[in-house]
Design a binder for this molecule. Structure first.
Ligand SMILES: Cc1ncc(COP(=O)(O)O)c(C=O)c1O
Length: 361
């Protein structure tokens, strides 16, 4: 007999993409990290927080600021939103978990389009929530059945993963309006790679929450940093379910420094977008369908009746040659591959290997 709650017993753990051990010689194009380093100001800020000489590490004796004021202040300056409308998380994953904890009772419904970020499902299972999913069409347009769906929380990743697709701002606005007693969570983990964002909806609509991460455009996946933007009331409520010291001192300093160097982020983002364009062109030249991406990854589908087998084969072929990409053995996804946009050199290496695989037939 299990001592776990029945929903925990029944659920599966979230399976993150492979993280090879430090020093492993791989080209890592599987978890949408940034191929470029974080701002030198981030490294300086971490070093300053650590201190040096005889007092090195001294500050680590003390707890970090529970409200990460320095980080939220920097976010407030960067966005123009008041600090009371900003909350910090140990990665945006933690913020998503807080939303479930704060708003969803056992048996309440959450909703999201499918396929999307798998963690929404995991968090819902852990909370004992009912899950309502609505399939995307092949163009990944916002499904009509999400409007007025009656869920407590509706998650929309914009850009979506693994498609990289975005939505018209007006569609998100209307979706928020249609949710009576429901909150629209717009997960903007990849927004810096997109043409537009939805942060303005936070000031317009009391039931809109926007989450962002430092893991992608700020090259800080390893620091575990995320931010949430919402009404003062929502932020105040979420603070009640937050772990007291959810960010450590180094992360707070790093995040604030990253936000204070927008030129660095913008320059890296430009490089990633240029490489994305090269990758898309090369995949088209190989005759493959590519979902139009506004993110730092690209989803491409293999043709024919054996597409799923071929896609899985490509994943394995590349892995054996030290190139990691993402294959999802799941409905509506198993005919495709998601490739993170790396450096030009990494993408060239991927393309060379992938071409070889396709030529083998
Ligand atoms: C759509 C989406 N949201 C959130 C996250 C998690 O970001 P973080 O590293 O901030 O927890 C990811 C990570 O891949 C993601 O794809």
């Amino acid at each position: 007999m299990s001592l776990f709650r029945s929903n925990i017993e029944a659920m599966e753990a979230y399976k993150p993409g492979e993280q090879p051990p430090a020093g492993a010689k791989v080209i890592k194009l599987n978890t949408n990290e940034n191929p470029y380093p974080p701002s030198p100001r981030v490294v300086e800020a971490i070093q300053a927080e650590l201190g040096s000489g005889k007092t090195a590490g001294e500050r680590l004796r003390r707890y970090s600021d529970p409200m990460a004021t320095e980080l939220r202040q920097a976010a407030s300056e960067a966005t123009g939103l008041p600090i009371e409308q900003i909350l910090h998380g140990n990665g945006s994953d933690e913020l998503l978990a807080m939303l479930l904890r704060a708003f969803v009772s056992e048996g309440d419904a959450i909703a999201y389009p499918y396929p999307t970020y798998v963690l929404y499902e995991t968090l819902a299972h852990a909370q004992g929530a009912e899950i309502r999913t609505v399939d995307f069409n092949r163009d990944f347009e916002l499904p009509a059945d999400l409007y007025g769906c009656g869920a407590k929380l509706v998650f929309v990743a914009a850009p979506n993963s693994p498609s990289g697709t975005v939505y018209a701002l007006n569609d998100l606005r209307h979706l928020a309006d249609s949710l009576i007693d429901g909150i629209l969570v717009i997960d903007e983990a990849y927004v810096e790679f997109a043409e537009h964002h939805a942060l303005g909806l936070v000031s317009e609509k009391p039931n809109v929450v926007v989450t962002r991460t430092f893991s992608k455009s700020h090259s800080l996946a390893g620091m575990r940093l995320g931010l949430l933007y919402a009404s003062r009331e929502i932020v105040a409520g979420l603070v009640k379910v937050k772990d007291s010291y959810n960010l450590d001192r180094l992360a707070i300093a790093a995040g604030a420094a990253a936000l204070r160097d927008p030129e660095w982020t913008a320059a890296n983002t430009r490089k990633v977008k240029a490489t994305r364009a090269r990758l898309v062109k090369a995949l088209h030249e190989l005759g493959l369908e590519v979902v139009p991406s506004q993110s730092n990854f690209v989803f491409t589908r293999l043709p024919g009746s054996k597409a799923a087998e071929r896609a899985a084969g490509a994943y394995r072929f590349l892995k054996e040659r030290g190139i990691l990409i993402r294959y999802f053995p799941a409905r509506l996804l198993d005919d495709g591959l998601r490739i993170t946009v790396g450096t030009d050199g990494e993408i060239d290496a991927f393309l060379e290997c992938f071409r070889e695989y396709l030529q083998r037939g």
